[in-house]
Write a protein that binds this ligand. Sequence first.
Ligand code: 3PG
Ligand code: MG
Length: 398
Amino acid sequence: MTYRTLDDARDLAGKTALVRVDFNVPMENGGVTDDTRLRVALPTINKLRDAGAKVALLAHFDRPKGQRVPAMSLKPVVDDLAQLLGAPVRFAEDCVGEEARAVIADLDAGGVVLLENVRFHVGEEKNDPDFAKQLAELGDVYVNDAFSAAHRAHASTEGLARLLPAYAGESMRRELDALDAALGKPEKPVIGIVGGAKVSTKLDLLKNLVGKLDRLAIGGGMANTFLYAQGIDIGGSLAEKDMAETAREIMAEAKAQGCELLLPVDMVVATEVKPGTAARTVRAGDALSADDKILDAGPETVARLNAAMDASKTLIWNGPLGVFEVPPFDAATVAAAKHAAALAKAGKLVAVAGGGDTVSALNHAGVSDDMTFVSTAGGAFLEWMEGKPLPGVQALQY
Ligand code: 3PG
Ligand code: MG
């Protein structure tokens, strides 16, 4: 993959860099509750400031669908960003037009402005060429640092890259390097862990992965569908019974491609999804009652998974193994996450993880910092795992 990075950007002093970031951060009562996405943007902002550029940040928040929705303003982000940056951050009430132009003109070299939500304009999501042109008029160069929005072909993620000299920011570059190390040119053997509730939402992903990985562990609710498809009693567990045939096809495809599938051999069941509820471990094949729900993988399944990680050089992880939000059903996810992180820390495993729930689960296990890389992306990470081209990344290539 060939794209320009900030190391290729010359003579930025006095120029205006339009920087697409992903500040679609969790907020409650008008305050940022997780500033990870603000933090990952700092290296790019600082690099541009050090080079004497003016930095105009473009971002979306939520889905206002082309309307000016006050509750979806980016303004509440400004103070948090200024604090993290240790420098003032201006705000412009609009991302195009006279208001934006005036604030940018008023910035000193190295100054930073956050422009209002690009999705307040209908042209953003439509990737309207006129809207992209209005954005382009505000700056000299374009930097995309929003990997997590790169699955969207919008004006600020795609169209704009075609109108100005375009560069990948530091966070974008780190994401792309990590993804390449995990699925592009990985050190083999490669193991994947895919969890989550439904087979139906991860069908493309599973199909792509069985053709690429040496081993694939399946966990979470979707594992129930695979167990059911093999005639194993799952009691009253969550499962997509109409996907049984599809699950069998995936198993056959894995076999044909030489990808070893790791399905649960034991499971933790309970009749209620309540913290601290009475739970018991059953073996796959044991008879369950109609109100038994499988809520986590069992200890033997985890031991097998850990041994499979020991025998691998690269891990790609998306989705928890159980209902990790409700202890004790976090046990398998936490144990496997700790094992992966210890291997990564010891330099024995390249361990890359991504997707909203996955990041929460790794944070819950307290191991995010020891993984080789944890993506900030949700949907973009999934689409990339599905083998789909990301328009925001494609537009940076030359
Ligand atoms: C995200 O939060 O995953 C990205 O910012 C993309 O947001 P979207 O799903 O609203 O396009
Ligand atoms: Mg989202």
